[in-house]
Design a protein around this ligand. Structure first.
Ligand code: SAM
Length: 204
């Protein structure tokens, strides 16, 4: 029997996921997402929270296309959303409890390394201290939704504009948080699959 290539094996292993991600990526226009897909394949999008139109639908709407100085992201993983965010800020600071190696390769390939600063989180107290010393105009909260949604929000809400991941999943902590905020300050972005939904809070 012919031995399967690595790509074919991946396709079998992740075929279901490929379809799922592709459903979330109809007619991708974001050049960053396109380039990542082109160079690293669909598998890299596993656990990534960015829907295909993350840029157009969320950021162009949120910022009216304007760039801000600094964006903070909690939850880096492979640095995909951090890369997308570089289009909307002069600098992106992204933090995680794990320093995944793949993100450096992705950032290098995209030529965005000098716009992104990675901060390793040792514990929540250190994270709180780091954030209290930072100035940023927007935060994408995509870390530990189960245990740290509320404490992360307390740390970052000073910026006045926070995007919450998984916010339409009934009973999820981001959902409870989003529903506890004044309705006129919250806007939901539903992507059909509730785990990949977003809510944008802005107090302007
Ligand atoms: C869904 S992934 C982030 C995906 C990434 N934003 C993207 O879409 O490209 C969530 C990440 O949060 C990180 N994380 C978990 N607990 C955390 C914490 N307490 N503070 C910061 N990051 C945390 C995990 O290690 C994981 O990499």
């Amino acid at each position: 029997m012919k031995e399967l290539s690595k790509e074919e094996q991946m396709e079998i292993k992740y075929g279901h996921m490929t379809k799922m991600v592709e459903r979330r990526m109809p007619g991708v226009r974001d050049p960053i997402i396109k380039k990542i897909h082109e160079h690293f394949g669909i598998v890299i999008f596993r656990r990534c929270s960015a829907p295909a139109d993350f840029s157009e639908r969320v950021f162009k709407d949120c910022f009216g296309g304007k760039k801000v100085k600094t964006i903070l992201e909690i939850g880096t993983l492979n640095g995909i959303t951090a890369s997308v965010l570089t289009q909307y800020a002069e600098k992106v600071i992204t933090m995680d409890i794990i320093d995944y190696a793949m993100k450096y390769e992705i950032w290098d390939k995209l030529g965005v390394s000098d716009k992104i600063e990675f901060r390793m989180v040792e514990n929540e107290l250190q994270k709180a201290k780091m954030i209290s010393n930072m100035k940023f105009e927007f935060c994408y909260m995509d870390g530990d939704h189960l245990h740290h949604t509320w404490s992360d929000f307390m740390m970052v809400k000073k910026c006045g504009r926070v995007l919450l991941h998984e916010a339409i999943l009934d009973g999820s902590q981001p959902n409870l948080l989003a529903n506890s905020l004044p309705p006129e300050e919250i806007r939901f972005f539903n992507y059909g699959k509730k785990t990949s939904s977003l809510a944008y809070w802005s107090k302007e």
